[in-house]
Design a protein around this ligand. Structure first.
Ligand code: AMP
Length: 156
């Protein structure tokens, strides 16, 4: 039923759980799995981010390095589960990971997007995090959302 599954990972508990569900689904459906992470350079636009105090080069490389680690860990886990995943590192400069996830889903021809209800920025009292909400509201393909479970250890 699903042939091209795009899973969005940010290293958070809900994202880890979503990722593991995507592994199960991809194996079950014999689907191609593509793992996406968006490096959010827009964090430097946050109200607290006073430009005079930010070393943009250091921030940029730290965010890319953190993203690489998240993707590498996910790829290793997928391979250990017997899959041959694809992975992609995306970037947003305007703090809009949802737009990048949606654009990637469109470009790649995903027929399902898998992600967590919440991410690294928490706020679990809200029904959906902003990235999840942005994707659900605008996606042309079904979106599978997973909330964190008590035992979801943060992803590699
Ligand atoms: P949020 O809406 O930020 O609370 O995050 C909800 C879900 O969106 C997470 O569990 C991830 O699956 C996905 N997500 C959030 N931020 C990113 C990102 N920078 N790159 C890839 N996926 C993300």
């Amino acid at each position: 039923m699903y042939a091209r599954i795009l899973v969005a990972v940010d290293g958070s508990g809900p994202s880890t759980r979503a990722f593991r569900e995507a592994l199960r689904l991809a194996a079950d459906q014999r689907a191609v799995l593509r793992i996406a992470h968006v490096v959010d350079l827009g964090v430097a636009l946050a109200p607290w981010a006073e430009p005079a105090f930010i070393d943009y080069a250091t921030l940029d490389s730290a965010l890319h390095e953190a993203g690489r680690r998240i993707l590498d860990g996910a790829v290793a886990e997928a391979r250990a589960a017997g899959l041959e995943p694809e992975s992609v590192s995306l970037e947003t400069e305007v703090d809009d990971p949802a737009a990048e996830i949606l654009a990637e889903a469109e470009r790649w021809g995903a027929d399902l997007i898998v992600m967590g209800t919440h991410g690294r920025h928490g706020l679990a009292h809200l029904i959906l995090g902003s990235v999840a909400e942005g994707v659900v509201q605008r996606s042309r393909v079904p979106v599978l959302l997973l909330r964190a479970s008590d035992d979801a250890t943060p992803a590699a």
